[in-house]
Design a protein around this ligand. Structure first.
Ligand code: ZN
Length: 283
């Protein structure tokens, strides 16, 4: 069934597990993620970035995810990932998304507060939860430029003030992760995370989790993370399955054939993460 992320994340927070938020790029991603969620009896969030949305449009993804959610026996939320402005967030809510992120992490603190508050003001009467971001997740996000250098961590004092002033329902925090493909082994600053957790009541979100070792993610969940985003790993998985089939069957021209192993690779990644996040059997 289609639900918002509100209850889903509060349940996860109370139960000390996290819900996986998996970026879907096409029909095949939607089908593979839903199948894994059903088999694992896990709540699930399917999300799209503005880059993906611009590839088709919000209505296509909202409709695909709604069809999948309506037929599913587990709770499913459809979330706008890295909403790039007030208009896009409102358009997503109108299209049927049940959760949105407004990402004001690239602008100064006061501007981020104003932008995030403008979205929560519209979303609140509709019952749609809003995720915001404070501090920066490094790396290359969506189709934007790469963020170089040290990750500035989320400041716990700022986080407390930010949540009080914006009324956001969950917060993405900068604790050392980065979007895209890691060059070395990533390191989550668990101490920073614990400090933020001690100041805030709302669910905390981990971005840039593809490639982060499972034990670090599990520790972050113990320290208060209840939504964990995976995008890059799913892209890599699908491409691996698809390209592997095409390498073995170069004469194939039916895209359904290489898509099946692509979906199987996504399924395996998602199912494994659900076990590690602790959301298996929580639907
Ligand atoms: Zn992100």
């Amino acid at each position: 069934m289609l639900v918002t992320t509100k209850e889903m994340l509060l349940d996860a927070q109370a139960g000390h597990y996290a819900v996986g938020a998996f970026n879907v790029e096409s029909l095949e991603f939607v089908m593979a993620v839903i199948k894994a969620a059903e088999d694992k009896k896990s709540p699930v969030i399917m999300q799209t970035t503005p880059g993906t949305v611009k590839y088709a449009n919000l209505d296509y993804f909202a409709a695909m995810c709604k069809v999948a959610a309506d037929a599913a026996s587990v709770p499913v939320a459809v979330h706008l990932d890295h909403g790039d402005g007030f208009d896009r967030c409102v358009q997503a809510m109108h299209a049927g998304y049940t959760s949105v992120m407004i990402d004001g992490s690239h602008v100064p603190f006061e501007d981020n507060v104003a932008l995030t508050a403008s979205v929560t003001k519209v979303a609140a009467p509709l019952g749609i939860p809003v995720e915001a971001e404070l501090g920066k997740v490094g790396g290359k996000e969506d189709d934007g430029p790469a963020v170089e250098g040290e990750n500035p961590y989320t400041d716990p004092d700022e986080a407390e003030e930010f949540v009080a002033r914006t009324g956001c329902g969950s917060l993405a925090v900068g604790v050392g992760t980065a979007h895209g493909v890691y060059k070395g082994t990533p390191h989550i600053e668990q101490g920073v995370l614990k400090e933020i957790r001690s100041r805030l009541e709302i669910p905390l979100v981990l971005h840039g989790t593809s490639g982060v070792p499972d034990d670090q993610v599990a520790e972050a969940i113990r320290n208060g993370i209840c939504k964990v985003n995976y995008a890059t790993e799913l892209r890599q998985a699908f491409t691996k399955g698809f390209m592997g089939y095409m390498a073995d069957n170069p004469g194939c021209f039916d895209p359904k054939k290489p898509s099946r192993p692509g979906m199987q690779e996504i399924y395996d990644v998602v199912a494994s993460h659900m076990d590690n996040l602790g959301s298996t059997d929580k639907a």
